[in-house]
Ligand binder design. Structure first.
Ligand code: GTP
Ligand code: ZN
Length: 187
């Protein structure tokens, strides 16, 4: 897969000073956010886009809390957050909102995807391998609770899993329970 890579720029942020580079695939643009001195085996967070959570502050999921936790974590410990534009576990924003409408009617997050003709999780991670190889990274410690994510990453060794556990609220409790009970998340 052909990707275009931006120059490196500085990103002062409320979580600390980072470097950033953008990676453009055919129809998607991703962002790597990283600290100055990456070790041989850095901590990496692969964050999937969630506009409603990340930007709007939705309480239906734990995405924004996880993103902020990850940025704070790499600021303190060194590492990289890869912000992947895979909105709605890669079904896109419009479909995700339709899935939310079905959830308003009582379907859970997996059932709603199925109702719309998608699998529970439509994400792929080839571009992650390309991004990490660009930085000459071949081994990582992955910040995740999702064992499927570890299995889905190829040509980069995940030597350790670092948990990323957020507190539930009344709105996302069912969602987190479904992730734990039906999607195998280690919560
Ligand atoms: N289709 C769909 N996508 C959702 C829903 N809620 C959140 N998402 C998307 O799910 C993605 C986040 O995935 P999660 O399953 O929360 O977490 P994860 O990335 O698999 O696992 P962790 O690494 O442990 O956080 C983002 O792309 C969100 O937009 C939902 O109800 N339906
Ligand atoms: Zn979310």
């Amino acid at each position: 897969m052909n990707i275009n890579i931006s120059n490196e720029a500085n990103l002062p942020s409320r979580f600390g000073k980072f470097k950033i580079k953008a990676f453009k695939e055919a129809d998607k643009e991703h962002l790597a956010i990283y600290t100055q001195n990456l070790t041989d085996i850095p901590v990496v967070r692969i964050h999937s886009e969630c506009l409603t959570g990340d930007a709007i502050g939705s309480l239906k999921c734990d995405c924004r809390d996880q993103l902020e936790y990850a940025l704070d974590y790499i600021n303190k410990n060194g590492g990289m957050v890869i912000y992947l534009r895979q909105e709605g576990r890669n079904i896109g924003l419009l479909n995700k909102i339709n899935a939310y409408a079905l959830q308003d009617e009582g379907f859970n997050t997996i059932e709603a995807n199925h109702q719309l003709g998608f699998s529970a999780d439509e994400r792929t991670y080839e571009v992650v391998t390309q991004i990490l190889h660009h930085f000459n990274i071949h081994k990582i410690k992955l910040l995740t609770n999702n064992p499927d994510k570890i299995k889905s990453i190829s040509d980069v060794e995940v030597v350790e899993r670092v948990p990323i556990i957020m507190e539930a609220n009344t709105h996302n409790k069912n969602y987190l329970d479904t992730k734990k009970d039906e999607m195998g998340h280690l919560l």
